[in-house]
Design a binder for this molecule. Structure first.
Ligand code: PLP
Length: 382
């Protein structure tokens, strides 16, 4: 190919051929072929009645995967970080007291966003990889009495899944609103928004939902919606102002931004796939794949970074064994087998691998195929 335009005018060809990777990393995750087909459907306008029909069905599907009856459950036109900024910017205004649980990179990102939006932050810090117990979470909240509490349900930088029922109950005792990062867990693990008592949550499309990146599902409880009405100042972010976005997607359908019909089709297909399999069966499939993976890792003589019972099913973090060069292992897998995985960063740089088993790869075959190549990569790069 000599130039982009030359390829583009050559009607029966397209200008790029992306390599076929096996996405065993923390995201983006492997996309079902059906989702690519849905994305090839014709674009309709962002105010077309058909678009709102798709949007409505997407909102219903999202309530199911979130485990919520919240009427305000919508996809934001942004990646997971945009969902984070939506939630932070709407529930934090200058002087808001935020109680934040920090045990990894993404909780630090919440802290940085909240700081920029003027929060007064009180933190409870843990080493990366250690969950918060019910008692210490409740004690922290009762002592600090924050107006807003935030935590990361599935901390992708460490592999920890944070339980939250007691944390949410304590927050409600002091009349705080609870914000949860469910970016990695949604679609693969029981997120259970209503059962846990989470008021507001955000996620993304490219991890547990196994669709391409670009949308960020957000859900807001009626209680949290009331809190929004009590804001003293308008959201400093216009694009992520929930009152404007929900007016566009759920009420007047007045133009706010040009939502991508293509990405809505992709999310619609992802939710249809989940509905066909059944949410609980899908979650159990991820759990079984995780257990098979851990058994295989232990057979290889390796250890998991996170204690049993606190692990994310769809994002596994085995420790890098002594004498293994994790960067070389990752490069080998990508070059030889087109397999993508990730390493640790921050305090866990060089210490863990981050291996995703999501969507179509969360099967016995998906695990076995990976472990065989992983074992080979460790031996070949030694
Ligand atoms: C990936 C991730 C994000 C950020 O999502 P992007 O889609 O990369 O913007 C936020 N929180 C957690 C826990 C994540 O894993």
């Amino acid at each position: 190919m000599n130039s982009i335009s030359e390829a583009a005018v050559n009607g029966d060809k397209i200008s790029i051929r992306a390599p076929r990777r096996l996405l065993y990393g923390p995201g983006p995750s492997q996309v079902y072929p059906r989702i690519y087909q849905a994305m090839a459907q014709p674009i309709v306008g962002h105010l077309d009645p058909y678009f709102f029909q798709v949007s409505q069905q997407v909102q219903q599907g999202l309530r199911t995967v979130f485990g919520t009856a919240n009427p305000l459950t919508i996809p934001i036109s942004a990646t997971g970080s945009g969902g984070m900024e939506t939630v932070v910017s709407n529930f934090i205004e200058p002087g808001t007291r935020l109680g934040l649980f920090v045990g990894g990179f993404f909780a630090e990102r919440i802290a940085e966003m909240a700081r920029r939006h003027g929060a007064e932050i009180v933190r409870l810090d843990h080493a990366w990889g250690e969950p918060f117990s019910d008692d210490e979470a409740a004690e922290f909240i009762r002592r600090e009495r924050p107006q807003v509490v935030a935590f990361v349900q599935a901390e992708t930088s460490t592999g920890v899944f944070q339980q939250s029922k007691a944390l949410c109950a304590a927050a409600h005792e002091v009349d705080a609103v609870v914000l949860a990062d469910c970016v990695t867990s949604l679609g693969a693990m029981p997120v259970n928004i209503d059962e846990n008592g989470i008021d507001v949550a955000y996620s993304c499309t490219q991890k547990g939902l196994s669709a391409p990146p670009g949308l960020s599902p957000v859900t807001v409880s009626p209680r949290a919606q009331d809190r929004l009405k009590q804001r003293k100042t308008p959201n400093r972010s216009w694009y992520f102002d929930l009152s404007l976005i929900s007016d566009y997607l759920t009420e007047s359908h007045r133009y706010h931004h040009t939502a991508s019909a293509t990405l809505f089709y992709a999310l619609h297909e992802s939710l249809a796939i989940i509905e066909e399999e059944g949410l609980e069966l899908r979650q159990q499939r991820h759990k079984k794949a995780h257990e098979r993976f851990v058994a295989g890792i232990e057979r290889m003589g390796m250890k998991m970074h996170v204690a049993e019972g606190h692990r994310i099913w769809n994002l596994n973090t085995p420790c890098v064994p002594e004498g293994v060069n994790e960067a070389k292992v990752r490069a080998y897998l990508l070059e030889k087998h087109g397999i993508e995985i990730a390493g640790g960063f921050g305090p866990l740089a060089g210490k863990i691998f981050r291996i995703g088993l999501m969507g179509p790869l969360a099967t016995a075959e998906g695990v076995d195929r990976f472990l065989a190549k992983f074992d080979e990569a460790i031996k070949e790069t030694a």
